[in-house]
Design a protein. Structure first.
Length: 346
């Protein structure tokens, strides 16, 4: 697939400094781009790499300095968004499986499959399952008894959707994720931990996306709920009875304990951990590796362990970095005081 730079400029509404008739055929990073590729740059710290790039064209912010790149330059308001559109135009989409049931798949007689459904090799569809139109179950996926999956979903290889889980429309679940495994609930017993029955389910709203190897536990009672348009990165643990509001973003390796309620439009950065039964308000932002032990108000930014207001955490970190110097001065003062006391005694 090829496009001229003029066509790409029109596509993204940008201003081109270069030959509009020049053709390009792909996209690549600054360092890997060749003379037929488009690359992009956002941050000024990559200025040297941009100048050295062999790309045919660089997509840059509107305020990028003129002459800072040897290639043609396409100035846009949002390089990330523009590059996504350009990539979608120049790069062929990933291959998608055709509708139909693979001969090695196992589909229960009581399962209800919509039109245009794909069931891949060695996939399993249990009793009483309902799958909507055009949904794709990739190789080795398992949908257990009485689960429901809506229209236009994509359940990738090795995903396990457990019993009675309910998934909306246009949901994407990437390889190896498990939705509806038992919540981690035990009581102390005379002979060791006694399991608490996990009798609830999981509900996932429309247009949500779960990364690879995400685990979402079923509720003890009721439902663990992931709202519409929630985007979850790889290797995230969501415990039983958690509720996540619409359009919240959760980055890799986050751990959320049981019965946490997370509002709409929150951002939870990588490796953060949230203690059980807390409330995270709408629009809150939790920094990477934060340990949240208290409720977070709507719109708040928190960081550190235990998590506090981000500005307070920055002050604490600044104070810690001065600690070595402060301790040195304290030791010198103590030594001087000891000498003065010794002189007084003599």
């Amino acid at each position: 697939m090829s496009k001229t730079l003029g066509e790409l400029a029109e596509l993204v509404g940008g201003r081109l400094d270069g030959d509009p008739a020049r053709e390009v055929r792909g996209v690549a990073s600054l360092t890997e781009a060749g003379p037929d590729d488009v690359a992009f740059v956002v941050l000024a710290r990559y200025r040297d790499a941009a100048a050295a790039s062999k790309a045919a064209c660089l997509v840059v912010p509107d305020d990028w300095p003129a002459g800072a790149a040897s290639a043609a330059t396409l100035y846009v308001a949002d390089p990330n968004r523009a590059m996504s559109r350009i990539a979608g135009t120049l790069c062929p989409a990933l291959p998608q499986p055709a509708p139909g049931i693979h001969p090695t798949a196992s589909v229960a007689e009581t399962a209800r499959l919509g039109q245009g459904v794909h069931v891949g090799a060695c996939a399993v569809v249990g009793e009483g399952v309902s799958i909507g139109d055009r949904t794709r179950l990739r190789a080795g996926a398992v949908v257990a008894d009485e689960a429901q999956i809506g229209d236009d979903c994509d359940v990738h290889a090795g995903v396990v959707v457990r019993e009675r889980v309910r998934i909306g429309n246009r949901v994407v679940i990437h390889a190896g994720s498990v939705v509806g495994s038992d919540g981690f609930g035990y009581l102390a017993g005379e002979t060791g931990p006694e399991k608490i029955p996990q009798l609830g389910t999981v509900e996932i709203g429309d247009d949500a996306e779960l990364g690879a190897c995400v685990t979402v536990d079923r509720a003890r009672f009721g439902a663990t709920r992931i709202g519409p348009k929630v985007k979850i990165d790889n290797l995230v643990q969501i415990a039983h009875n958690v509720e996540i509001g619409e359009a919240t973003i959760i980055v890799a390796q986050v751990a959320i304990a049981g019965s946490v309620r997370i509002g709409r439009g929150c951002v939870i950065a990588g490796q953060a951990a949230i203690d059980g039964h807390l409330v995270i308000g709408d629009g809150a932002r939790i920094a990477a590796k934060a340990g949240v032990t208290k409720d977070v108000p709507p719109g708040a930014d928190v960081s550190g362990y235990p998590a506090v207001a981000h500005r307070a955490h920055l002050r604490q970190e600044a104070a810690l970095r001065q600690m070595e110097d402060v301790l040195g001065r304290l030791k010198r003062a103590e030594a001087r005081l000891a000498r003065l006391e010794a002189e007084d005694e003599t």
